[in-house]
Structure formats: C-alpha cells, structure tokens
Design a protein around this ligand. Sequence first.
Ligand code: AVI
Length: 321
Amino acid sequence: MDALAPSLSLNQAFLNDVIDGLSARVPAIPARWLYDLRGSELFDEITRLPEYYPTRTETGLLERHARDVAAVAGTGRVVVELGAGSATKTPILLRAMDPAAYVPIDISGEYLQESADALQQLFPGLTVLPLEGDFMRSIRLPRGLPAGPRIGFFPGSTIGNMIPSTAVDLLRSFREALGDGSLLLIGMDRRKEVDVLLRAYDDPAGVTAAFNLNLLRRINAELDADVPVGAFRHCARWNDLKSRVEMHLQAVRDTCFTIAGHRFSFAAGQTIHTENSHKYGLRDGRLLLEAAGWWPREEWTDGEEKFAVILAEAETPRIAP
Ligand code: AVI
C-alpha cells in the first residue's frame, strides 16, 4: 500500500499538469514530464549528437578548469550537486576538489542511488550522501554534514530550462540552503547563431524529435489516452525576445483525442509548448546570478564562446546606493 502511494500521486500530478496544460489558452505541458525512462535514454542520446554542443563543450571546460575552481574553493568543501551526478562531469570536479563529502540531490531515487553507487566506487574514501527530493520545491541538506563551506554544482545548463523568475527563485533557495561562505559552479548555455541553436534542438537524425514526441506516447501509456502521435510533429523555434529555443509539438492536421475522459481538439498548425531552453549572454547570466544573491567571481568559456561555466560566491546582503 505504502509502496503504491508515491507512484499514484506522481501519476495524478502528471494527469493534472497535462489536463491543465492542454486546457490553457496557450497549450503547454511542463518539460519535466519529458523524462520517463525512454525520455531519459533519448536525452542521453541527444548529448552524444554532433549537433548538440552543450554537453561536450561543458565537459571540456570542466576538464580545463577544475583546478582553477579548486584554487578558489580550496579543498575539504562539501560538494552539493543539483541532480544525480553525471558519470562524465562529476568525477572531473571531485578529483580536483578533494571534498569533505558529496551530496547529490535528485527527484528519482533509483537514478540517484545508481549514480551515487557508481561515484562511490570511483572514490572509495569519499563520504557520499545522496538526498532524494525535488530541489525545485525545497532544499534541506542532511543533518550531520561535515562543517565548513559548501560548493553547489549545477551543470548541464539545466537553469536554462526555467523561466527567469523560476530560475532566480531556485538560485536564491540554493543560496539559502548552502549558506554563507558558499560557492556555486553553474553551467549556462550562451546565445549564438540561430542556425547552430536550431540544429542542436532539431537534429537531422531525429533524436530530439523522438524525445519530444515520446511525451505523447507517455501520455497514452500512463493516462488512459488516445492521442494520435502521428498527427503531431516536433518543432524547434527560436524566440529572440525571450532569448530561448522552444520545443513544440505541432498538429499536422486537424485532430481530436481524449485523455482520462477529457476531450481535446487541435487545428492543423496549432502547437503544444513542451520546453524552453534559455540562452544567456555574458551580462544576462551575471544578472541572473546577482538577482539571486550570487556574485560571479570567475567565468570560463570555450574559444567560440558557446557555453560558460561560472563560479559565483554567496553574496552577503549589504547597503547599496
Ligand atoms: C536538460 N536540458 C539542459 C536540455 C537543454 O538543452 O535544454 C534538454 C534538451 N531538450 C532538447 N534537447 C536537449
């Protein structure tokens, strides 16, 4: 009974988001529902595509600058990662930092445990304290963490998937959870030529299209629905005013379907907005951090300035003119 309760409420939350989202004036479904098992596998595949530059570029930046991070942060910090640690990026940082403990936070307990186990094997002497929870709601670090300052690690440009007000709220809550004297190492994708961006989010192999369309398959599989997947196509758009790539599912013909007894109809050309990926210019990224109480101290970027890794320090509130 207890074991069923969480999945029941997750299913209910999915249903609520889908019904509310499709009933809205501008139909949209929160991007977090893209990541079921298949969605996560497809996202992994995306990160290896030649057109999808962020993962490769950020990993290169971490390899080049992890020692610079350690030079500022010193050793013996507690590393707190938002999201389960990636097998490629996290070890680069841990190796350079020699931390007092490593705390990965993720909503998926299973994925979290797997990644924590893998890192524990790689760093047998390291205290690994995985924390299951939704960091978008609240962050409460485990009791009994080693004393001393912390460093938050938020790679992958995940911050770009939030609208700016949500991003600032999250960065601020992270600032509060990590405390005075803390640092934050964050990856942000930069603005660049529109064709480069659109190729990264609409690759010729169709992996991103499959990732986006998988949301409709998931709705059919989990929500007693009959969405005609073939009536929609993946569509990536650059919204210059908002400085973001948007993913949509666009109806290729007039269509209607039912989800858990709710009837929806879409005219050809109408879309369901499924994801935002904001791209930050040099000043935009800094402003976002400062709005949340983080002072950017170092910033590293690749030769083409495609991607930035920023090291920011917790700012002490002070009187300002
Ligand atoms: C997870 N996130 C940072 C990816 C991005 O680039 O916004 C998700 C993604 N969506 C399509 N391709 C990749």
